[in-house]
Ligand binder design. Sequence first.
Ligand SMILES: CC(C)(COP(=O)(O)OP(=O)(O)OC[C@H]1O[C@@H](n2cnc3c(N)ncnc32)[C@H](O)[C@@H]1OP(=O)(O)O)[C@@H](O)C(=O)NCCC(=O)NCCS
Length: 180
Amino acid sequence: MFTATLRDGFALRLMEERHAPALFAAVERERLHLREWLAWVDATRAEDDTLAFIRSALEQYAAGNGFAAGIWNQSRLAGTIGLHKIDWINRRVEIGYWLAREFAGRGVMTDACRAVTTHCFEELGLHRVEIRCAAGNARSAGVPKRLGFVLEATLREAHLLNGNFHDLLVFAMLAQNWIA
Ligand SMILES: CC(C)(COP(=O)(O)OP(=O)(O)OC[C@H]1O[C@@H](n2cnc3c(N)ncnc32)[C@H](O)[C@@H]1OP(=O)(O)O)[C@@H](O)C(=O)NCCC(=O)NCCS
């Protein structure tokens, strides 16, 4: 079971079906903030959509292909972090994340990404961890930069958000370069 304790009372715990109301409520509160950079937000219209997401993430976890975790501050859901489907052939994965505004600006996501990256290398035995974000998403790009990920590429207009194509930055960390 994936869990991690972070600084200042924050912790990562696997998302479970019982968390659907809290997760949907957080998405509702943060909708305008999140939809600027996350394409799935507009498709999340009801709690059932969130429940379906959690169920598919639990299936992904059961199959050994990654997970979705809540970032909790005591009993409050601050955001989520997760792995896209693991590419086991190449031992490569991509991390995705978001944080509610009231928890931003304190290094919480940097801590969460550090814990998940360490888990990827030390527990899962992966070789390469990627973080991808739109070129204009400076706050998201700040997370891999702070952790020493290397900016390897700009994929031109590879990211469609709200009807506009954005350049997509590809940051990566290799197992041999990771100091937890
Ligand atoms: C991307 C996102 C999670 C980044 O949030 P964030 O709060 O900037 O990231 P962190 O929690 O790591 O905090 C970093 C900030 O806290 C500051 N900070 C304070 N204490 C810190 C510490 N101990 N360690 C690291 N940073 C610290 C950093 O200086 C930084 O602030 P700055 O950018 O003004 O310099 C958030 O903006 C978000 O959810 N955006 C919408 C969804 C999104 O874009 N998701 C990613 C799609 S690719």
